[in-house]
Design a protein around this ligand. Sequence first.
Ligand SMILES: Cc1cc2nc3c(=O)[nH]c(=O)nc-3n(C[C@H](O)[C@H](O)[C@H](O)COP(=O)(O)OP(=O)(O)OC[C@H]3O[C@@H](n4cnc5c(N)ncnc54)[C@H](O)[C@@H]3O)c2cc1C
Length: 503
Amino acid sequence: MVTDTFDVVVLGHGIAGLSAAVSAMQHGAKVAVLERAPSEESGGCTRYTEAFLRLKSETELSDDFDEEMAEVASANPDPTLVNEMASAQSSWGNIVRAMSATDPEYLATFSREAVPTISWLKSFGIRFIPTHLPQITCRDDTPMITPSGGGAAMLEALTRTALEGGVKFFYETTGRSLIEDESGKIVGLRAVGRHNVRVDLSACAVVLASGGFEGSPEMLARYVGPGSANIRPIARGAHYNRGEGIRMAFEVGAAASGDFGKYHSTPIDERSGRTEAKVLIFPFGIVVNRRGRRFVDEGSGADYNNYDRVCHAIQTQPNGIGYMILDARIDDIPSYMKAVFTDQPPIRAESIAEMAGKLGLSPSVLEETVQAFNQACRPGTFVPSRADGLRTVGLELPKSNWARSIEKPPFIAYPIIPSGIITFGGVKTNARAEVVNADGDCIPGLYAAGAMVGVYYRRYPAATSVLRGATFGRIAGESAAKASLADGVRKTRGARVASAAGA
Ligand SMILES: Cc1cc2nc3c(=O)[nH]c(=O)nc-3n(C[C@H](O)[C@H](O)[C@H](O)COP(=O)(O)OP(=O)(O)OC[C@H]3O[C@@H](n4cnc5c(N)ncnc54)[C@H](O)[C@@H]3O)c2cc1C
């Protein structure tokens, strides 16, 4: 068994965990980071993301930042509780303190601390460049920034800084449970290394930053429900996120927060093992299931969440797969390959019947589906870069935009499945990243940050997850270091008093 003692132990090596570790180190704490993956694969989702950040520039949030975050902060909350939440926090009752909703102080802190966090990250040599989300059904009018080199560059800079500052890393070490003392304070973390060797680390404070549960089929089934086995983690790093951080926090009484039944997703090519093998051109065609039938409005909107809507619908179809079918007029959209990230070529056919044969679908049913769809299309102006209102008429399941008939060979198809990018359910923290229990009181010594903290309901406001991980990771590290150092001073004083009393 391995044992050691630290001021702060951090679980997870993604943006949230490393931000917490470096911040705690800067505030004078002796820090350890535990990471399930080997070092070259460490960093969970963060390693694989380009890391779009919802900021207009390094010094300004995007115009809709506060509005977007507030809109997803809860689902159908009781208005009397919302009113109570608007009053001073000291007056909140048990229900509001532990409520499954993001509290206004957390949102205000995110809004206030995001830009200073960017300056903080820059101090480690991370550079930021302007960018736009790579989607073609929206005009490129939402400026964002991204770290040069993506999430991997952030991990590299923070790891280097942490190592220089003496942070100790335990790779291939998986956190299992928290250690509580008899007063209910968290005083360490129990883990296992390779070959099931036990690792017990004592600490004055623990920061949980082990991501969501995209890599846990069991938790996906429990929370996301039917068809969840069809969801594939979008990148290798997401397989490491199996929800233990959330589970171990629940075991010590943490409150749940975030929309447990929902997750952020984009359709990916079922044939590809590439990171983010997205195929985002489905709004320009139709998507059918294995029965050859449409099952979703492929053009329900130009917003980023159209991807989620389509993926959630595919999840519960037979075998959890959809087939996107388009015709040669996709070539009218010069930039369409910007939205195709798979390394697999499209399946091509000269007729719908031939395409059905190649996809293993019934030719007669697919022909019937395409014919019914084509008959419902009306003349109008097709505008790929915005919701153009070109909708079908008379179909029970409409297509609301970009509805052009599918008639010009060659036809192309991609088999698509839902990917798991961010799960929404997690633990509840306050604005200081302290984990609150199911009665809304802080669990002493326990902090959490990043994707394992539940804040999103119904939908994901694009480009907020990495930023949230960095912002609250930094806050968690500071809070944990300050509390642990205060705890250390208290213990030293206590020991002095005890030895004086004994003398
Ligand atoms: C391909 C892709 C593209 C994305 N694009 C964007 C984007 O553009 N903008 C954006 O904001 N977000 C994006 N996201 C989401 C974003 O990357 C994540 O939500 C964010 O990085 C989460 O950070 P985190 O530190 O909370 O978790 P992660 O980065 O996932 O890190 C969690 C860490 O915990 C470790 N771990 C898990 N369980 C244990 C355990 N029991 N013991 C020890 N270690 C454990 C994991 O190995 C991992 O290192 C994207 C994600 C992916 C995969």
